[in-house]
Design a protein around this ligand. Structure first.
Ligand code: NAD
Ligand code: ZN
Length: 360
């Protein structure tokens, strides 16, 4: 098992990564001497696969636990279902010493973190991410939240978990498309922070795609390390943390224009990364060679690199200026300078952006 720490002073916490470790969490929890009733928050899809054994492992360790399930899907990551979970916790008499376990992907992690941050003014929660995206991204860093009809993730808190427990074996049951989408975020870490890691991904493609266990653990660990480092330097996204949004300005616009139906988040980010690399190349920030390399690696991982010209450019531009990361109507975008280094560009000529949007 690999361990690393997210260094945030009093709010620091460990991340554990291993294979087949899911039901060993109960042993680790002995260090925390929990006595209050706890809750597992999950959805029926994940609970059916892993819930019962996980629940039993907690019970055997002497933990009194209740299970709260919400339906499976991004559309349930909202205020109503957060309220539903809060109500269940009150009914079951959870108190300030209780801990929530978020067993599932990013949807479960985000809503559970949000609930934990508000239940009795904040109780601890443990992230037990079961998708690649949640293992390399959403479970680390303490952004919690729910969606509102007027915008995704618009209601939320910064609230760090007590620990993160990652079992790579849970990825075996993940649909391939979800796994690949998670890899887009993995590639992102290489581009924004670590050229060696990017090259490792390029060279180890087969092992990664085959989910070779030791390679997978290494990959997830490196992603968590990078995210942990960025978050520890800028917990509340006043600057640096925004680099994690590489590929996301255009990626979010693609998701908005397609009503979140056509592409998984990671797929939209994959196209976004290729497009933003192209943009960086157009303004002479990035070499053609590096832009091509980014595109090649994204494509080699079976991720989309273009929308096939089907999206309306005008709608895309509109979606971007409404993006919550756009300040004062200007389009803010994270652009690579070379593989392993990016910068936050505060201003982009609309013509250049339009040219890129025309070509994706
Ligand atoms: N908090 C953050 O920093 C952050 C960062 C990135 C994304 N997010 C959020 O994460 C969410 C997306 O997360 P996601 O991609 O994990 O989606 P998800 O949670 O919807 O999971 C995807 C699907 O896989 C299923 N699933 C989960 N684990 C499985 C397993 N082991 N085997 C089989 N099926 C499994 C889920 O039930 C779901 O149907 C979005 O709401 C997004 O806003 C948050
Ligand atoms: Zn993302």
């Amino acid at each position: 098992m690999k361990t690393l720490t997210v260094e945030l002073g009093r709010r620091s916490y460990p991340i554990y990564i291993g294979s087949g470790i899911l039901n060993n969490l109960a042993q680790k929890l002995k260090d925390y001497r929990l006595t209050s009733k706890c809750a597992i928050v999950s959805n029926p899809t994940v609970y059916k696969l892993y819930g019962e054994a996980f629940y039993n492992s907690l019970s055997e360790a002497g933990l009194n636990t209740v299970v709260v399930l919400i339906p499976d899907g991004e559309e349930y990551k909202d205020f109503f279902w957060a309220y539903y979970i809060l109500s269940k916790l009150l009914e079951e008499g959870l108190d300030r010493g209780s801990v929530l376990f978020a067993l599932g992907g990013g949807v479960i992690g985000d809503i559970t973190g949000f609930v934990a941050s508000t239940y009795m003014r904040g109780i601890p929660y443990v992230q037990v991410p079961t998708t690649l995206l949640s293992q390399v991204d959403s479970s680390v860093g303490g952004k919690t939240g729910v969606n509102h009809p007027l915008g995704k993730n618009m209601i939320g808190t910064f609230y760090q978990p007590m620990l993160v427990w990652i079992d790579v074996q849970t990825l075996k049951s993940l649909p391939e498309r979800e796994f690949l989408a998670g890899l887009a975020e993995v590639i992102k870490y290489g581009v924004i922070w670590d050229k060696d890691f990017f090259e490792f991904l390029r060279d180890q493609r087969e092992a990664v795609l085959k989910q070779k266990e030791d390679v997978l653990i290494e990959v997830i660990k490196r992603c968590c390390e990078i995210k942990a480092e960025v978050v520890s330097l800028d917990e509340r996204e006043s600057g640096l943390r925004a680099i994690l949004n590489f590929g996301h300005t255009i990626g979010h616009a693609i998701e908005t224009v397609t009503n979140y139906r056509q592409y998984l988040h990671g797929e939209a980010v994959a196209i976004g990364m290729v497009a933003e690399a192209m943009l960086a190349q157009k303004i002479s920030l990035l070499s053609t060679e590096d832009a091509e390399m980014i595109k090649e690696v994204v494509a080699d991982y079976g991720l989309p690199i273009s929308t096939g010209g089907r999206l309306q450019r005008a709608q895309m531009l509109k979606a971007m200026s409404l993006d919550k990361k756009a300040r004062g109507g200007r389009i803010r975008v994270v652009l690579p300078q070379r593989i392993g280094r990016v910068r936050i560009q505060e201003y982009i000529e609309v013509e250049k952006l339009t040219e890129v949007l025309n070509s994706i």
